[in-house]
Design a protein around this ligand. Structure first.
Ligand SMILES: NC(=O)c1ccc[n+]([C@@H]2O[C@H](COP(=O)([O-])OP(=O)(O)OC[C@H]3O[C@@H](n4cnc5c(N)ncnc54)[C@H](O)[C@@H]3O)[C@@H](O)[C@H]2O)c1
Length: 248
């Protein structure tokens, strides 16, 4: 899978996309299908995608729950035959308020989905990938994981956490052909915005040099490329999709 002359196709990709029922995960799933991938969607609520022909299968999963992830992975493997790609996309923002107003429950909810959930999903797919010495793991981080977001400290902490996790895991897997990379988007037009206050949203937009929010399609394109056979010699990296906001 290191042939640089290959066209940008995902015909050999069998992918689990978490948080696939809407927003960025839905856009990623559609883009992968358009490029030829076999797509399995995981979500807390799969009802919006039950009849969506982009998906070969959908499973209701709580990615923060170990048993739920294990069961969903076993069922996905049975249905798809193999899983060579994971897009660990599901995430929650949590309440937008200062850290000193966060309850421990608020904090734990964000960390358990955005950080522990990524650990559980990646761990689930690694047995098969390690056996085959091939895999593509793409984790949805955020610019908040690089710069922090006032009003969403738990989210920033979890997203920093996944960036550190991706960098460590990528190196643990070397010299195999299993790559682990992260995507770090800026604020994007999805229902995640429903959890944020108008002031918070306006502040975030004012920080994007291109003067607009990201679209789910732009993240889907980057994710598809990072998961493709063409992205064969890059692992443990964070791919920026921030309209010029991030400087590193
Ligand atoms: N929208 C943004 O501005 C933005 C910016 C940077 C990064 N991100 C990241 O992109 C990812 C997707 O965000 P989005 O904007 O599409 O959000 P969204 O809220 O529109 O969709 C998230 C999906 O994840 C699912 N989900 C939530 N918790 C889950 C759980 N415990 N188990 C399984 N599924 C669960 C939801 O049901 C939903 O379908 C998240 O990781 C988010 O942090 C979003």
């Amino acid at each position: 899978m290191t042939d640089n002359k290959m066209s940008f196709e995902l015909n050999k990709t069998t992918v689990i996309v978490t948080g696939a029922a809407r927003g960025i995960g839905l856009a990623i799933s559609h883009r992968f299908r358009e490029l030829g991938a076999t797509v399995c969607g995981w979500d807390l609520d799969c009802s919006p995608i039950e009849n969506d022909s982009a998906f070969s299968a959908t499973f209701t999963v709580d990615i923060a729950d170990e048993a739920s992830v294990k069961l969903a992975y076993e069922r996905s493997l049975e249905t798809l035959g193999s899983v060579n790609t994971l897009v660990a996309n599901a995430g929650v923002n949590g309440p937008t308020k200062p850290a000193w107003e966060y309850t421990l429950d608020d904090w734990n909810k964000v960390i358990s989905v955005d950080l522990t959930g990524v650990f559980l999903c990646t761990r689930a797919v690694l047995g098969e990938m390690r056996k085959n010495n091939f895999g593509r793991i793409v984790v949805m981080a955020s610019v908040a994981g690089k710069e922090g977001n006032p009003g969403a400290c738990a989210y920033g902490a979890a997203k920093s956490g996944v960036i550190g996790y991706v960098k460590g895991l990528a190196r643990e897997l070397l010299p195999s052909d299993i790559t682990v990379n992260a995507i770090a988007p800026v604020i994007t037009e999805t229902s995640l915005l429903d959890e944020m206050t108008q002031d918070y949203i306006a502040d975030k937009k004012s920080r994007i040099p291109m003067g607009r929010f990201c679209t789910p399609g732009e993240i889907a394109n980057m994710t598809a490329w990072v998961a493709s056979p063409l992205c064969s010699f890059t692992t443990g990296q964070v791919f920026d999709v921030t309209g010029g906001r991030a400087t590193y």
